[in-house]
Design a binder for this molecule. Structure first.
Ligand SMILES: [Zn+2]
Ligand SMILES: [Zn+2]
Length: 220
């Protein structure tokens, strides 16, 4: 609304509610056109497969290192699901199917979840594909010493600098959307969240090069 008021001022037009609607619709159509173009490009590049994103989320993380325990997807941090193990179990199934062997997954209660996993039909795959559950360093320090020795990312060889608390950072950033989307329509809320994460992705991707070269030059 304030943006439309500024435009009205610049053009010397009297502000009316009607103009806000017109601008909002034009903006929605513009965003929609961008999405359609994105989808067509993804289709041409054969990136429209539903698992493509999961497989190609991060070139650094999915890079396989020989001779050390390679963690194919360290950023697979899960957050706590209230009273229900079905979501983390479904996610585990998907990650095992798509990413395969030697996976490390961070979960606030990764230690307790291991016991749950052993009692499910996933138990065999978890063992044969060497999947391990870790506790993130933020939550893990609240667990007992024995748990920390087995599950705390800081004590596990192969985890590198990963703290398995990516979700906390994701939520911390996306929380800023709340005041903007509180009174928005469901459509505009989704649009804002989608725009936020597209920007987040592109910024992270852009920073990968700088960060990786920093690692090799000992700046971390
Ligand atoms: Zn990564
Ligand atoms: Zn624990």
């Amino acid at each position: 609304q304030s943006f439309v008021r500024t435009l009205d001022d610049l053009h010397g037009v009297t502000h009316t509610a009607n103009l806000v609607h017109q601008f909002s619709s034009a903006f929605d159509i513009f965003i929609h056109i961008l999405r359609v173009i994105d989808r067509r490009i993804a289709c041409c590049l054969k990136r429209d497969d539903s698992d493509w994103r999961l497989k190609n989320a991060c070139p650094c993380c999915s890079y396989k290192v020989r001779s050390i325990l390679s963690i194919s997807y360290p950023s697979a941090s899960l957050f706590t699901f209230r009273n229900s193990a079905k979501y983390p179990l479904a996610i585990t199934r998907k990650l095992l199917d798509i990413l395969g062997h030697n996976l490390g997954i961070g979960y606030d209660i990764g230690c307790a979840f291991c016991a749950t996993l052993r009692r499910t039909c996933l138990a065999h795959d978890v063992q044969s594909k060497n999947l391990r559950y870790f506790c993130g360093v933020f939550h893990g320090f609240a667990h007992n010493r024995l748990c920390q020795l087995q599950h705390l990312a800081r004590n596990i060889e192969g985890c590198g600098y990963e703290d398995f608390e990516t979700c906390e950072r994701v939520f911390s950033a996306s929380n800023h959307l709340a005041p903007l989307t509180r009174y928005a329509s469901p459509y505009h809320r989704k649009e804002a969240i989608d725009a936020h994460f597209r920007l987040w992705d592109s910024e992270k991707y852009r920073n990968l090069g700088t960060q990786t070269s920093g690692l090799f030059h000992g700046q971390y």
